[in-house]
Design a protein around this ligand. Structure first.
Ligand SMILES: CC(C)(COP(=O)(O)OP(=O)(O)OC[C@H]1O[C@@H](n2cnc3c(N)ncnc32)[C@H](O)[C@@H]1OP(=O)(O)O)[C@@H](O)C(=O)NCCC(=O)NCCS
Length: 176
């Protein structure tokens, strides 16, 4: 069965389902009760991980949206998450990660597809993000979803680690 978003995507409520070769997942808004699992995933990959308080703060910001993917039928088990802002017609992706043992099952693309669908529904013009230049898996994921490399920010992460700024413009002719 091909990968993709299946079932209902109810924008604003944030329920969508994914069925892929190796996973079946559902997406919903992040809750306070998810934060320990989210931070555990975050600590497993991020050089400077966000804390529980940082994620909690996002839950209270009106222009921030935080989503989690969980196994269908196990809404308490977080498999991945994203946080994005919508400001002045632009969506900025602040954070996206999938739990290590659940990667390569389409969950990252699922989260990104929902981000793009919501951005279109909210009439955003542009989606932007920064990704570490050495993060091949994330670069490929974003390129697979139509993001283009806009520029490089030298030493953005410190220690000589550069960021690639990527964007995807959303227009009225964008139908993918
Ligand atoms: C990047 C990340 C979110 C991808 O999540 P995922 O659920 O594994 O991604 P998907 O299964 O949807 O993969 C989609 C595409 O991304 C690319 N990709 C993902 N992982 C890859 C890897 N390890 N190597 C090469 N390409 C990869 C592939 O093009 C893949 O498509 P394919 O499986 O058909 O080849 C995940 O690896 C992760 O959490 N990494 C740590 C956190 C991180 O780097 N976040 C991004 C910060 S900007």
């Amino acid at each position: 069965m091909p990968r993709g978003v299946r079932g209902g995507l109810h924008l604003g409520v944030g329920v969508a389902s994914l069925v892929s070769e190796g996973a079946s997942a559902t997406l919903r808004p992040m809750r306070e009760s998810d934060l320990l699992q989210v931070v555990s995933i975050e600590r497993d990959w991020a050089p400077k991980p966000w804390s529980v308080d940082t994620f909690r703060n996002e839950l209270g910001i009106p222009f921030s949206r935080a989503l989690v993917a969980h196994d269908a039928g196990a809404p308490g088990v977080v498999g991945g998450y994203l946080v994005r802002w919508l400001v002045a017609g632009e969506v900025h992706l602040l954070s996206l990660a999938v739990e290590r043992h659940r990667r390569r099952h389409g969950i990252g693309s699922f989260l990104l597809d929902v981000l793009l669908a919501e951005a279109r529904a909210e009439s955003a013009d542009l989606v932007t993000l920064e990704v570490e230049a050495s993060n091949v898996s994330a670069l490929r994921l974003y390129e697979s979803r139509g993001f283009a490399r806009a520029r490089t920010r030298r030493n953005y992460y410190g220690g000589g680690r550069d960021a690639v700024v990527m964007d995807r413009r959303l227009g009225c002719r964008d139908v993918s």
